[in-house]
Write a protein that binds this ligand. Structure first.
Ligand code: ADP
Ligand code: ZN
Length: 626
C-alpha cells in the first residue's frame, strides 16, 4: 500500500501494529513526512512526542490552542501506521477542505458524509475496497450507523482520530450526543490507538473526554493555551457601532478582521453601516445564499484588508493567518466560545487584538435564551455557570489573559513584557478598592451557613425581608442589610469576581449552594486588597448612587446612612408613626458624615434634641460605632 507518492518509508508498509517499532525509526519517518509531504522544517511542541506515541500504538489526547498544529498529530501517524486512519469530525462542511488540502499534498484522503451525492459516495467506497485510501474523514453519526463499525474491520483500521474532542462533554461548548457514544470505538477495537484533539477544554471537559475514550492522564498532552501575541480589550457598551468603528479606524485601518454579532440581522446592519463608513466589510451568516457566502469567504481569504461581519457560523476551518483583530459586538456564550472565536486572530504569531464590547442587555438576552432552551436541568446549570464566567471575564479588573486561562485550569501569569498587554494590565483602567464589598459578601455567605444560592445571600445583604430570609432567621444576622451601597446587579457582579478568582465555589451538582474557599481568608482578614473595575459596579448602581450623591455622601457614608434609615424605620413601625417624626433625613445624613462616637457628640447633631437623644441616641450610636 502506497500512502504518499514519492515518500518511501521503512515502516509505512509494514503489517505490525507498530508497537515494537523502534523510536528512532518512527522519528526518522515522521521527519521525512513533515518535510516532504507538508513542507515544514521542524516539529512544534508537542507534535513529535504525540506522533511517536500514537505511531507506537498508544492513545493520546492533545490539547493545543487554535493554530497550534493539531492536524499533523494524527495525519503523520496516519501515514506511518499501517491500515486506514479514520478521522471523526463534527462539521461536514470542513471535511472537503481537509481532504482537498491532503490530496494537494499527495495524500490519499477522502470523506464520506450525508451531503455527498450517491455517485461520489460510491466512488469513495470503491477506493476504500481497493485499499487505496489512507485517511478517511467521517461524521460521528456515520461511524455509529448500524453495522458500520463491523464493516470497518475489512479496511483494517490502524488509527482513530477524534477531532474537536470536546464535543464529547456536556461541559464542552459544542456537546454532541453522538460524540458521547464514541466509547464504542474503544470497545470494538481495543487494540487500535485513538487520538483525541481539541483546542478548548476546561478540566471538567478533559476529564469527560478521558473517561469516554477510556484514556488516562498519562495520555494527555497539553500545551499552554496562552496566546502571547493576542491583546485582550473589553469595553462596556455605550454606542457599540461607533465604538467598533473607532477601534477599527484607530487600531486596524486597512487590516483584515472578523466582527462577530449575535444575530443575522445585526450582521447585515453592521456590515452595511461599516461599508457606508468606508470600511471594506462583507456579511456572513447561515441565512445567506451559499454562493454569496462562499464569495465573501473567498474574498476574505484572498484579498487583504477585508472585514467579515459574521455570526458564529463563520470561522470553523478558516485558516487565514493574518487576521489582525476579532471584535465581538455581543457577549459570547462562554469562555470556551470566546477563546475559540478570538483565537482566530493572529494565527501567524504576529500581534493581533481581541476586542469585546459587552452590556447588561447581552446578559439578559443570554439568560432569557437559556431559560427558553429545551435542555435538561444539568445542562442548564452548566450553561448558566458559563455565562457567569464569561461575564466575569468582561467585568474583571485582573489580567484578562489570566482570567481566561484560569477557566481552562491553567494558573498562568499576568501579561508580561513579551505579551501583548491587555487593557487591565495597561494601567489605564479605573479601579476601585472593593475589599470591603468582597468582605461583606464573603461574610454573608459564611454567616448564612455556606449552603444557600446567590439570590438568597444577596437578599440578606440588601436587607430584603423575603419569606426565605425570615424563615431561616437571617434577618437577625449581623450581615442583614449591610449591603445597600450596591443594588442586586452590583452584588451579582461582585459575586462573579469572587467566583472567577476561585474564592467562592458553586455547588453545580447540587442546588447551586455557595461555599467559601480557604483562599478567601486573606481577603476577609484584609491582608489582600480586592479591586474592581469601576464601570460594572457604577453603571448598574447609577440610580442609587445618584440619589446618595445628591445627598453628598460617599459610598461608606451612604452605606451607614442606609443602616441608620433602616433602624429609623424599625422604630417608626413600632411606634406606628411616620419615620421623619423620629429623625429627619438631614439628621441621618449628618450622623453618617460626622459619625459621632459618644452620646455628647450625638447631642451636637442637628435635630437630636434632649428627648430624642434619651429615647434613641444610644440605638443609633450603636449602629455608627459597630
Ligand atoms: P489547529 O488544528 O491546531 O488549529 P492546524 O493543524 O490547522 O492547527 O495548523 C495550523 C497551521 O500551522 C497550519 O497552517 C499548519 O499547516 C501549520 N503548521 C502545523 N504544524 C507546523 C509545523 N511543525 N511547522 C510549521 N507550520 C506548521
Ligand atoms: Zn493582562
Amino acid at each position: 500500500m502506497k500512502a504518499v507518492d514519492g515518500v518511501q518509508s521503512e515502516i509505512s508498509t509494514g503489517d505490525s501494529s507498530g508497537s515494537d517499532v523502534p523510536v528512532e525509526a518512527i522519528r526518522k519517518d515522521s521527519e521525512i513526512f513533515l518535510q516532504e509531504v507538508f513542507g515544514y522544517e521542524s516539529f512544534r511542541e508537542p507534535q513529535q512526542e504525540v506522533i511517536e506515541r500514537v505511531v507506537s500504538g498508544k492513545n493520546a489526547l492533545v490539547l493545543m490552542p487554535t493554530g497550534g498544529g493539531k492536524s499533523l498529530c494524527y495525519q503523520i501517524p496516519g501515514l506511518i501506521r499501517p491500515g486506514l486512519t479514520i478521522v471523526v469530525t463534527p462539521t461536514i462542511s470542513l471535511m472537503q477542505d481537509q481532504v482537498d488540502a491532503l490530496t494537494q499534498a499527495g495524500v490519499a484522503a477522502a470523506a464520506l458524509n450525508s451531503s455527498m451525492d450517491p455517485a461520489d459516495r460510491k466512488r469513495v467506497w470503491a477506493r476504500l475496497h481497493s485499499g487505496e485510501i489512507k485517511i478517511l474523514y467521517l461524521a460521528p453519526e456515520r461511524l455509529l450507523l448500524d453495522g458500520f463499525l463491523d464493516q470497518l474491520a475489512s479496511f483494517k483500521p490502524g488509527l482513530f482520530a477524534i477531532d474537536e474532542a470536546h464535543c464529547i462533554s456536556q461541559w464542552g461548548h459544542d456537546f454532541r450526543a453522538e460524540y458521547q457514544q464514541l466509547g464504542a470505538l474503544r470497545r470494538h477495537y481495543p487494540m487500535i490507538p485513538v487520538i483525541g484533539l481539541t483546542a478548548t477544554a476546561d478540566p471538567q471537559t478533559l476529564k469527560d473526554i478521558l473517561k469516554v475514550l477510556d484514556m488516562s492522564t498519562e495520555d494527555l498532552y497539553s500545551t499552554s493555551m496562552n496566546r502571547s501575541n493576542l491583546r485582550y480589550l473589553v469595553e462596556p457598551k455605550d454606542q457599540p457601532r461607533k465604538q467598533l468603528l473607532k477601534f477599527i479606524r484607530d487600531r486596524h485601518a486597512g487590516e483584515a478582521g472578523i466582527v462577530y454579532c449575535g444575530s443575522r440581522k445585526k450582521v447585515e446592519d453592521t456590515s452595511t453601516w461599516l461599508r457606508k463608513e468606508g470600511i471594506r466589510a462583507v456579511p456572513y451568516h447561515a441565512g445567506m445564499a451559499s454562493s454569496e457566502r462562499t464569495m465573501n469567504q473567498q474574498l476574505f481569504q484572498r484579498e487583504e484588508g477585508i472585514v467579515v461581519v459574521a455570526t458564529v457560523a463563520f470561522g470553523m476551518g478558516i485558516d487565514k493567518p493574518n487576521v489582525r483583530f476579532v471584535a465581538h459586538l455581543d457577549m459570547p456564550e462562554s469562555p470556551q466560545h470566546y477563546s475559540q472565536e478570538s483565537g482566530r486572530a493572529g494565527r501567524d504569531g504576529l500581534p493581533a487584538e481581541c476586542w469585546l464590547c459587552y452590556g447588561w442587555q447581552d446578559v439578559m438576552m443570554a439568560q432569557r435564551r437559556l431559560a427558553e432552551a429545551e435542555i435538561d436541568p444539568a445542562q442548564k446549570r452548566i450553561r448558566r455557570h458559563q455565562i457567569d464566567a464569561m461575564l466575569a471575564y468582561c467585568e474583571t479588573s485582573e489580567c484578562r489573559r489570566l482570567n481566561l486561562l484560569r477557566f481552562f485550569g491553567e494558573e498562568g501569569e499576568p501579561c508580561s513584557e513579551t505579551d501583548q498587554v491587555c487593557d487591565n494590565c495597561s494601567g489605564k483602567i479605573e479601579l476601585v478598592d472593593g475589599t470591603i464589598l468582597a468582605q461583606k459578601l464573603l461574610s454573608a455567605i459564611s454567616k448564612t451557613g455556606q449552603r444557600f444560592g446567590k439570590a438568597h445571600v444577596i437578599d440578606v445583604l440588601l436587607g430584603n425581608a423575603t419569606e426565605k430570609v425570615t424563615r431561616f432567621g437571617h434577618d437577625h444576622l449581623s450581615v442583614y442589610g449591610i449591603g445597600t451601597e450596591l443594588d442586586e446587579a452590583g452584588w451579582h457582579s461582585v459575586f462573579r469576581q469572587l467566583a472567577s478568582r476561585g474564592l467562592v465555589r458553586i455547588d453545580l451538582e447540587g442546588h447551586n449552594g455557595i461555599s467559601l474557599d480557604a483562599r478567601c481568608r486573606s481577603v476577609l482578614r484584609g491582608e489582600e486588597v480586592f479591586t474592581f473595575r469601576k464601570d460594572p459596579l457604577a453603571k448598574k448602581s447609577s440610580r442609587k448612587r445618584k440619589k446618595k450623591k445628591e445627598l453628598g455622601l460617599d459610598a461608606m457614608e451612604a452605606s451607614l446612612f442606609d443602616r441608620l434609615r433602616k433602624h429609623r424605620l424599625q422604630i417608626s413601625k413600632e411606634l406606628e408613626v411616620p419615620p421623619y417624626t423620629v429623625f429627619h433625613d438631614s439628621t441621618l445624613v449628618e450622623m453618617s458624615q460626622l459619625k459621632p462616637q459618644t452620646m455628647s457628640q450625638m447631642a451636637m447633631i442637628g435635630g437630636v434634641g434632649q428627648k430624642k437623644l434619651e429615647k434613641w441616641g444610644q440605638g443609633f450610636l450603636d449602629i455608627i460605632t459597630s
